[in-house]
Design a protein around this ligand. Sequence first.
Ligand SMILES: *Cc1c(COP(=O)(O)O)cnc(C)c1O
Length: 523
Amino acid sequence: MVYRQAKWDEPLIYELGAPGRIGFLVPEVEEEIKKEVGEIKVPDKVKRSEPPALPEISEFEVVRHFVNLSQMAYGVDNGPVPLGSCTMKYNPKIAFEIANDLRVTYLHPLQDERTVQGLLEALYHLQKWLANIVGMDACTLNPAAGAHGELTGVLVIRKYHELKGQLDKKTEIIIPDSAHGTNPASSSMGGFRTITIRSDADGNVDMEALKAAVSEKTAGLMLTNPSTLGLFEERILEIAEILHEVDALLYYDGANLNGIMGYARPGDMGFDIAHINIHKTFGSPHGGGGPGAGPICIKERDVLPEKGVKLSDLLPGFIVKYDEKTGKYYLKYPGPYSIGMVKAFFGNVGPLLWGFTYILGLGSQGLKEVTEQCVINTNYFTKLLKGTKGYDLPYGPERFRKHEVVFSAEPMAHEVGVTAEDVAKGLLDAGFYAPTIYFPLIVHEALMVEFTDTETKENIERYVARMKEIAEIAYKDPKEPKKWPVNTAKGRIDTVRASHPKFVTPTWRVHVLREKGLLRALK
Ligand SMILES: *Cc1c(COP(=O)(O)O)cnc(C)c1O
């Protein structure tokens, strides 16, 4: 099959249109509402001297612009995106319809609770279901993404030690070297020193390294299980015991629950806090960097028994409660022991409703089937690719993988100079998305593959066939892969230049727009 991506010479939206063209009409405010609200006076100091330089374009220009751009992009609605750890599964359209229903999108966060009972009921159930899925007792939907959930969890750990008057000595958080980069970042942002411990040859936490790292200074441990290598941590119960002995809390990075959902629960493994990525496990789209949702759940435990303070009292955000007497849902505001708010109002309601629909639609049996299919897909892929010249499978090659698997292109890179990046470009060229590459850092030339539950057997086979073909080409003519991709809208990007801060910061984009005279009003 030949793949060709569209190549439009598409201008910036600021370069399109002409003065006076209109794409959307804001409805007139009804007289009745005007009377009720009265005249709104905008304070002089917030008024602009000139209107903002917004593009003036007609509806069809907007539509064509974005359709053209979408034809130069690739997403889960085009084909497989087996980005390990990031989990790009198909986003069911029924959930889109629910989350985008006008009865939802037209709600205002300051509306009276009595007028949003339906929404609160959905969020209330979601809190319960999520807590149940991870085997915990309470949940806040406040955080906006996985990394945000981690930071929230770390701040809860901090508050826990602070309330117990032991924050002075609890200064360290232990994190295995296979962890997602956001873990050490969250620990540092939360004010802790990160202690990294190595993994053993089978991909488990190295117990000697763990024991050497744990001390009275240990405030917590952040662990992903199954790890980013897709391997289940076999000694998790022992690990939990070691940590709890020094009054450290166990944090579960539950960005990805596809490998265990319905079969194992972090709460039963000894974890105290967990975040969940709705946009990874529960089918809401990642959507160009956001919005996502990263609720956190906690296992109840005493913090200050003499005052009756429990770990759930530390959670941030409005938490939805149900009053049995009145039969109404209401919001519990952060109390005196809460870390406060980490996001305005209820968090990102759209993705949360998407997750609600996903769980409601599948039911508990369906969620188990998601896990089964996901694990079968990973191991089917592993079995088909294993042994192919050019690729290697480090860390317990005989072990079963859960939601993902990390191969290495090191043999190919070493023997003929064709790298994981070249393999990725070769996949793009054939109309697939690339796996996650060069992560986790403990695997050289890493190719981290996750098909999720939604990919078909045929697509997995086609993917493997292409990976084998790439290896064959690499050994026959190692110069060829360096030219890839040629069939995509853009050729190979200079990744070094592209990662230079000058080229990636929003300030730079503003700078360019201003140079083009497109942001005159932006003073
Ligand atoms: C994606 C991911 C995160 C971070 O989640 P975001 O929503 O991208 O902030 C954390 N840990 C793991 C293992 C992940 O895969």
